[in-house]
Design a protein around this ligand. Sequence first.
Ligand code: GLA
Ligand code: ZN
Length: 691
Amino acid sequence: MNTDPQRSHPGIIPGPYRLLHGGDYNPEQWLHRPEVLEADPVLMRQAGVNQASVGIFAWAALEPERDRFTWDWLDRVMDRLHAAGVGVLLATPSAARPRWLAEAHPEVMRTRRDGRPIPPGEMRHNHCLSSPVLRERIALVDCKIAERYAGHPALLGWHISNEFGGDEDGARCYCARCLAGFRDWLRVRYHDDLGALNLAWWTGFWSHQYGSWDQIRPGDASIEALNLNWQRYTSGLVADFCAAEIAAVRRHSALPATTNFHGNLAHYDHGEVAAHLDLMSYDSYPSIEGGPGDMGQVHWHAWAVDAVRGHAPGRPWLLMESCPSLPQWHRTQRLKRPGVHRALSLAMVGHGSDGVCYFQWRAGRGGMEKLHGAVLMQDAPHDTRVFREVAALGDELARLGAVAGSAVPAEAAVLWDVHSEWARGWNSGLRSLPFPAELSQGWHRPLWQAGIGVDVVDGTRSLAGYRLVIVPGLFLLRPGLVERLQQAAAAGAQILIDGLSAWVDDDMACVAGGRPGPLAGPLGLRCEEFDQLRSDESVAVEDGGGWLSAAPRVRGWIDRVHPDGCEVLVRAVGGFHDGWPVLTRKVCGAGAMWYLAAGLAAEDAAALTIRLAAIAQVQPALPGLPRGVIARERRQPDCRFVFLINPGDEPATVELPGGGWSDAASGAVIGARLTLGAWDARVVSQRCPLP
Ligand code: GLA
Ligand code: ZN
């Protein structure tokens, strides 16, 4: 792997440091049009494209019949791309099957929850991941691809499968083999002790005790731990399948491997898959409609990629797919206005992506994605606004090459753990209270708006090094998390935990001894009752310390807690909740553990977050950002980059303190202030330490 003392991290791909620009390229759909395939690399050059993800859905083109492999077309594609200076992330083609495979072996198809198998050939991303036939065939084709192209000069690395867990019901298959695998997995988890499982799952409830392992079948909603563990097992299958594919290509190639994460990141436990990857990647499709919801979209995707990067904190990742124009599945088919694509793309680079890639280079003429905006639309002329914008961005990314390999600093962490998300999904009750992802996004947003670097991390990750840790809606306590929180606090972190956290243990039984279970000591309190407020209700507070906004109120819920060693900083005033704590703090070593015992309006949560960030001495990329301007920082050993994005229609002026600023793309010197137009973006750099 390439390393350079001027760069914070190794490059994400071999060869000279550069930002990637490219995307999914599906030449197998154009084999009948050789002139199109010849034009592609030429046009890629014009568009400043230096990367292509090839072969993602090409299994049928590579192995049209069992054991008959057709490499000639891919050989030509690889050679042509290389000649045009385009590197290739070569895919393992397991996201869709050739028809012959499922016709001969229906077992490769997933079985639906109701027991019906998916018919052979239908859609994609829907195999049974435990099928030995599927695994054997995919290992074979993966190995052959790796063997053939491992030494090809165009090869940059491996794009393993595509969007695992996509399409219906995540990655879950209910065939007899998967159910048997689940039981075996449970035997390991509970050390072959059915009694231990019965106890952990509280199966005495409604006479649900299992008398044998064979009686365990997912689906019964009354045993919540059953379904949660089924979800864990099927998630583990994804990780195992992905690992097996990586092992197959590793037999011939040591180049980096990734798989593209997508959507709400809840289809499977991405942390488990991430453990096998060299590089994180994500597919991002914000919907920008020219209205007040746009900022929410920009923020949602910022949160998602901070969560993707949270599996490899600080390191660059890759925006594997985005749309240069408009996905056909967006609710409103409203084109991105000029500048929007550039601003969204540079925002992703600001969040740590070492490139901007698209779905896709050229749209096909048929199939259900023919109208999905691509760099080139079918075989229509390329002289388009989208092509010109893409080419201009390609040029700019080339000029921003110094950014590649830079770190993404974050002194703050907001937790989000998919096991809590799943557990809330299976939990009977609390349905109308916000779910963990929504809560995590809510606490992430003020930090993001203030220009503070933040990682979104799961409940298994080390918290060492963070100065501020926010734990919202962490309903299920993962093993070891309490200890990691205490260690971080002892080392000086400010840790805020809310009352929707710490309700259940790893098997969804209520925490022993009452909420907040093992956090009672560290927080210095115990919870007695939890009250959900009507949506039109709120509770006044006494906030002498000015922790919240100027007119603070409790909304949504209040957790009635008894202090037992903590200080009470904010209290409810009046009515039924009069005097009950809203915000508490207990000093712990060099840091402190804070408890938020009530729901807050967004402005109160924002005020508290910023106050905590100040106590934790967490620095923003730039102080005093005008409202609506986003600032993300990336760092090389001797300089820092600040990505400034103005995702809105009003111009904004940013102050650049300290001097020594220049435009990172042009090198031009910049003074103490910079004005950004509508949907404008600028990357500025500053030498550090300052001369
Ligand atoms: C996903 C997939 C692609 C394509 C795009 C369309 O991200 O990975 O294959 O279907 O969606 O938006
Ligand atoms: Zn199955």
